[in-house]
Write a protein that binds this ligand. Structure first.
Ligand SMILES: CN(C)c1ccc(C(=O)NC[C@H]2N[C@H](CO)[C@@H](O)[C@@H]2O)cc1
Length: 462
């Protein structure tokens, strides 16, 4: 039985009111709760001069057919948005818009991620333009592990100047907020764009931990939220914690961030942590003692994620999780993360779609053993307040429970992979099958004959 999504509702001052299930949801224009599931596209955008992913439209079609994705975390680069101070490249945003259209035409919601790793190319990273990189000539040595470039003197100095935690230098955060306003103005009316992930894996340079998150990071988020809301009133704004703590299950010090739209159900600020258990990074794989420590990390990660989400009054979308899927136990880990995030009612974007050992396809775009683990039944939109949903691999049963709401239109939609439901599905419980869209392998399920406070359905292969 699916563990209920009923998370303890935080104190009255925890932020906006919660829905009946003690959890806030991103909803569509019918009021249905969205269960966002997809991939990151694409790591290749970090290094390509054009700042665009490797894909063509046919690759989006293949992802839709192979995985039934309804979400994509789409990487874009500040260096391409604002190649010179105050000068914005509309041609780049047009190329991004073309790719957004590829996803939107297939019912895939797009979150634009202004991505950085190790600040930017001028300090051997990606993201920030050279003109916004002030490393004061300090060195940045190549490192055997790329993550260690974050603590090179030149990189730390570039971050310190960006965050304004070092005297002198320009207010680079104002440029960053203005760049986001430019992107938001371009996509505010685009129905395929669900929102904006303000910064990938923020790093505080010399300032770390809650002092960073509640200080310079929160200040950047507040300035950027205000800049976006001046041009885009409705898109969701996704905020990430500092990378090296929350990713590993440690507490986040991110404070409540007010949305000019209002508090409570008016707010559209979502929490978008990543999940990379440190024992996995250190031990390799999901077996034996490593598995035990990873499971402990998953438990603390869930506890801290839900605590921060309650403080923010925010839905949760896991912007990244993933690993080398050839490691021992890797496929069990991915299945475990999907079950965990189902229990939490959190959306997920697997890292990443780039062909290779982490991906659902190899360099020749042939399916890898990871693909059938990611290609599993799941709700896409739930016609009310979700209470719980879960896929049971053993009994091949997708269970979904929700509380119908008078102001929600339409049916519940679930994705059913062809390999598991070759002859269709049988629906038992309080709802009934109301149609099947073979193009997106989506089953429509009613909320029953009306009046039920809670609807539970079980969906199995015929
Ligand atoms: C020391 N710091 C600041 C640090 C260490 C490790 C990561 C990381 O593994 N991140 C996980 C994945 N996220 C990026 C893209 O966002 C991928 O390249 C990493 O695999 C990030 C930061």
């Amino acid at each position: 039985m699916a563990a209920a999504l009923l998370v303890a509702v935080g104190p009255a001052d925890a932020g906006p009111a919660h829905t009946a299930t003690g959890h806030r949801w991103i909803t569509d224009d019918q009021g249905r709760a969205l269960v966002l599931t997809g991939l990151n596209t694409a790591s290749s955008a970090k290094s390509r001069p054009d700042g665009l992913p490797w894909i063509e439209e046919a690759d989006v079609q293949r992802e839709s057919d192979a995985l039934g994705s309804d979400f994509v975390r789409f990487l874009i680069q500040w260096r391409n948005v604002e190649p010179e101070p105050g000068k914005y490249d509309d041609g780049y945003l047009a190329q991004v818009a073309e790719r957004v259209r590829w996803y939107g035409a297939r019912g895939i919601h797009v979150m634009l991620d202004l991505h950085q790793d190790v600040y930017g190319p001028a300090v051997k990273g990606n993201g920030a333009p050279v003109w916004a990189t002030e490393s004061d000539g300090l060195p940045v040595a190549e490192r055997s592990q790329w993550e260690l470039k974050y603590i090179e003197p030149g990189t730390v100095r570039a971050f310190d100047h960006f965050w304004g935690t070092r005297p002198g230098g320009r207010d680079l955060r104002a440029h960053y907020a203005a760049a986001w306003a430019q992107v938001a103005e371009r996509f505010a009316a685009d129905p395929a764009v669900i929102g904006y992930d303000l910064m990938n894996e923020p790093f505080g340079g010399s300032v770390q931990g809650p002092a960073f998150e509640a200080g310079p990071l929160a200040a950047l988020y507040r300035e950027t939220i205000a800049a976006i809301r001046r041009v885009d009133h409705d898109s969701w704004i996704f905020v990430e914690p500092e990378a090296v703590s929350a990713n590993w299950g440690l507490p986040s010090g991110l404070p409540y961030l007010k949305d000019p739209r209002g508090d409570g159900a008016r707010a559209r600020i979502a929490y978008a942590p990543h999940l990379y258990p440190l024992p996995m990074d250190l031990g390799g794989g999901y077996t034996g003692d490593t598995k035990k420590w990873v499971d402990r990390t998953l438990a603390s990660w869930r506890e801290q994620t839900e605590k921060t989400a309650r403080r923010l009054g925010a839905p949760v979308l896991v912007g990244e999780y993933g690993l080398d899927a050839t490691l021992p136990g890797a496929l069990d880990y991915v299945a475990k993360v999907r079950s965990l995030t189902d229990e939490m009612g959190a959306g997920t974007a697997y890292w990443s779609n780039d062909p290779g050992s982490w991906a659902p396809w190899d360099q020749q775009l042939r399916p890898t053993p990871l693909l059938p683990v990611l290609d599993r039944p799941a709700p896409k939109a739930i016609a009310g307040d979700p209470v719980s949903y879960a896929w049971d691999r053993t009994s091949r049963t997708l269970s979904v429970t929700w509380r119908p709401k008078a102001d929600v239109r339409g049916n519940t939609e679930v994705y059913l992979p062809a390999r598991l439901f070759p002859h269709g599905a049988e629906v038992t419980g309080g709802g009934e099958a109301a149609g099947f869209d073979p193009k997106y392998r989506t089953l429509l399920v009613t909320s029953g004959r009306g009046g039920a406070k809670e609807v539970s359905v079980r969906i199995r292969p015929r």
